[in-house]
Design a protein around this ligand. Sequence first.
Ligand SMILES: Cc1cc2nc3c(=O)[nH]c(=O)nc-3n(C[C@H](O)[C@H](O)[C@H](O)COP(=O)(O)OP(=O)(O)OC[C@H]3O[C@@H](n4cnc5c(N)ncnc54)[C@H](O)[C@@H]3O)c2cc1C
Ligand SMILES: NC(=O)c1ccc[n+]([C@@H]2O[C@H](COP(=O)([O-])OP(=O)(O)OC[C@H]3O[C@@H](n4cnc5c(N)ncnc54)[C@H](OP(=O)(O)O)[C@@H]3O)[C@@H](O)[C@H]2O)c1
Length: 382
Amino acid sequence: MSSCITPPYSRKNPFPGLLRTNRRLTASGSAKDTRHYEVSIAGSGLLYEAGDSLGVFPQNDPLLVEEILARLRFDGHELVSNPSGDMIPMREALLRHYAITEPSKQFLAAIGEKDPAASHFSAWSAPESKEHLETYLWGREVIDPLLEHPEVHFTPEEFVKLLRKLQPRLYSIASSPKMYPEEIHLTVATVAYEALGRQRLGVCSTFLASRVTEDIPVSIFIHSAKHFRLPEDPSRHIIMIGPGTGIAPFRAFLQDRKATGAPGKHWLFFGDQRRDTDFLYREELESMHKEGTLHRLHTAFSRDQQDKIYVQHRMLEEAQELYSWLEEGAYFYVCGDASRMAKDVEHALLKTIELAGGKSPEDAAAYIDAMKKEKRYRKDVY
Ligand SMILES: Cc1cc2nc3c(=O)[nH]c(=O)nc-3n(C[C@H](O)[C@H](O)[C@H](O)COP(=O)(O)OP(=O)(O)OC[C@H]3O[C@@H](n4cnc5c(N)ncnc54)[C@H](O)[C@@H]3O)c2cc1C
Ligand SMILES: NC(=O)c1ccc[n+]([C@@H]2O[C@H](COP(=O)([O-])OP(=O)(O)OC[C@H]3O[C@@H](n4cnc5c(N)ncnc54)[C@H](OP(=O)(O)O)[C@@H]3O)[C@@H](O)[C@H]2O)c1
């Protein structure tokens, strides 16, 4: 039987965890607000492993809820069904149960039916209109089409039926249970950007950053990531590519390997915008490097010079040594941005193997395929 059974708490029955620490990791002057959180799971019976993620059920921004209520002339006490069919007050439904930032196709189509000036919304439900729909939706939230079509009205129940269910967000766990059995640490970039003249706030990252207090429990669950575990053999070396919040599971890996005194070696490539403001966990990493838990540490601060330097540039500079670790059977891990970083890192890995291993592009690709088959190439990207 696995050691990772977590009854009675689960996604369907989340644990009310208490947020004990909310500390900014990025210094003032940074373009980002990336934070370290510590959630107490004391008494929960929850078990996790380095590599797992934490599911967090967020609540929506109350100011946005009030804006929607005012626009629809609801007082918030109207009884509406929640996604499970129970009747609850409208304000609570919008705070906790429905997604009020991502408009659904059905919601747009309903506006299209009510306002001739928005009739094109109805046509966008068709699969061939995906591009139009995506262009319109970029940077828009539920409030935007409501404000753009001020004559449109809904009954309370009609409105909530057009909203999506509010989904939990996943975060890579940044602690090892071997060091913190009763806590879960996270590394979260707060999402905030401006679009169409309004400030937009990521639901869950801003919920954690500014709406959760020490006495308000957060509904959480463990999302097991069997594909992203440390090697079973503690003597295997690990290479970790973790720019930005991608550092999170590698902090957990290093804590885990330190706790067990694993003889394998550890190499971390970390990158972010600027060394002075964005070197997440700098002191911890430098101290682990000094004491010998982290054998090699390479950093790439993209905006400290005119030309961007990314983790993959550091990999190529270290191609010989990287290849020799791979030849010794090292596991290769990547965590962080899926849209570009993970692909560029794979390309750099290919180049490393070609250059340092003296292989053709085809042989280097076959080398990576073999690593994947042996499960020595592990990704957790988002
Ligand atoms: C397995 C896994 C592990 C993860 N681990 C971590 C982690 O360790 N740390 C972490 O910070 N995140 C992590 N994430 C991402 C996390 O789950 C959330 O997606 C993230 O925090 C954003 O959620 P939110 O609710 O704050 O934002 P949302 O309300 O979901 O808003 C995000 C959306 O806003 C839009 N958006 C964002 N920025 C812009 C912009 N500049 N311009 C236009 N539109 C924009 C995009 O549509 C984006 O999808 C992980 C995801 C997965 C799947
Ligand atoms: N304010 C915000 O709302 C905000 C801010 C940042 C990130 N985000 C989003 O939040 C998520 C997490 O961000 P994060 O803090 O973990 O950091 P991130 O955006 O992934 O950036 C981490 C580092 O990776 C660099 N990078 C960019 N493209 C890369 C590539 N192709 N290959 C390798 N490195 C690359 C970045 O450089 P450069 O940025 O200098 O190119 C930065 O130095 C991302 O999905 C991102 O889109 C939101």
